[in-house]
Design a protein around this ligand. Structure first.
Ligand code: SF4
Length: 357
């Protein structure tokens, strides 16, 4: 019997509460924390499968027209869980409002449990509301535990263990792991270990965007693989040191960004405008069609990139994005960077030879 089957048999015997987690939206940001927390609360987790064509199609049918694609995909994952796991006791649909006092999450996250609970045949929703502007996270944890029949002290113990594990996960990303590699290890309960290092490529790009756009390989048409096939190294903000995210970005006296994830993107960009200018050769921003927060900051980033002369490409994705169009854009962007680098190298060689003469 393999490890997975053993675990299932064990869970059956212990009659654990079954909770479904949709592999979408904040899954790409918090899954290690949720997994550890819920497992410490004695829950059996059922994770939906990787996004596929059917999940996207069912989500698109359910989501109304102008909704962004990540939300439609979320619907698809919830419906997958409803249709394939009728024995679930709960579906975990957290409501993330604010995890720091200075910023909010996008309004779509604020209303997530309300829009999901109207789906047909949905099991009970396991609520977890994070809003540190109103109450500490320990309060949210205790409320979560109550729904599972746990005492406050038991829930807080689980929280402390989940916090430690999540910190280890974040450190692992900062050591250079990709999010997808780290999530794979988390799902399989394996220790954090970096894969063998490949030789460094000549081009290094910063890839910006929400986790659900960057790491859901179905919806982004395996974007990162396309870059690595072209000998491009990719950096995402998850790999950057924590210190970069401590200072808020003031665009100007009248304009401050209040969106949590967009603020992190702007902080990363500020770093590359100053100290880290020579650490990357260009920036790509993957944006979902109909995403208000991202389209606003994309404009600001474009202006910043012009000032420092860093190549910048914004790609807008939706359910109709095609492979050929995406490839053409990547190829021309990478080619343009290669030529630019060659030109700079040539000029500096000429400069050096002039000095020698
Ligand atoms: S931030 Fe943009 S892509 Fe994400 S849920 Fe909100 S509108 Fe959709």
């Amino acid at each position: 019997m393999n490890r997975k089957t053993l675990k299932l048999v064990e869970n059956k015997k212990m009659n654990k509460i079954k909770v479904g987690i949709p592999r979408a939206l904040h899954y790409y940001r918090y899954f290690p924390f949720w997994k550890k927390l819920l497992e410490e609360m004695d829950v059996e987790i059922i994770l939906s499968i990787q996004t596929n064509k059917k999940i996207v199609e069912t989500g698109v049918q359910q989501g109304f027209g102008e909704l962004c694609i990540p939300m439609k995909i979320y619907y698809g994952h919830v419906l997958y869980l409803i249709n394939n796991h009728p024995d679930l006791d709960f579906i975990f649909v957290p409501r993330y409002i604010a995890e720091v006092k200075e910023a909010f999450f996008c309004p779509k996250f604020l209303s997530l449990p309300d829009v999901i609970k109207i789906l047909p045949n949905i099991p009970k929703i396991l609520n977890f509301e994070v809003n540190v502007k109103e109450f500490p996270i320990s309060y949210s944890i205790i409320e979560l535990g109550k729904q599972l029949g746990l005492s406050s002290s038991r829930s807080l113990e689980a929280y402390n263990r989940a916090k430690v594990y999540h910190q280890q996960y974040l450190n692992f990303l900062r050591e250079g792991s990709t999010v997808n590699h780290a999530l794979r290890l988390v799902s399989r309960d394996l220790p954090f270990k970096l894969p063998k290092k490949k030789p460094d490529n000549k081009i290094r790009l910063l890839l910006l965007g929400h986790g659900y756009n960057l790491f859901d390989t179905f919806i982004n048409l395996d974007f990162q693989k396309k870059l690595s096939d072209r000998q491009v190294d990719v950096l995402t903000i998850e790999n950057m040191p924590e210190s970069i995210f401590r200072t808020p970005v003031i665009v100007n006296k009248k304009l401050r960004n209040y969106w949590r994830h967009e603020e992190e993107i702007m902080q990363a960009i500020r770093y590359f405008l100053r100290t880290g200018r020579n650490e990357i050769d260009g920036v790509i921003f993957l944006i979902s069609f109909a995403c208000g927060p991202d389209s606003l900051i994309s404009e600001l980033i474009m202006r910043d990139m012009k000032v420092v002369g860093l190549p910048y490409l914004a790609i807008i994705m939706d359910e109709h994005s095609g492979e050929a169009g995406m490839l053409t854009r990547i190829e021309s962007f990478v080619e343009m960077i290669k030529r630019k680098k060659k030109k700079i190298e040539l000029e500096s060689q000429q400069e050096k030879s002039k000095i020698r003469v």
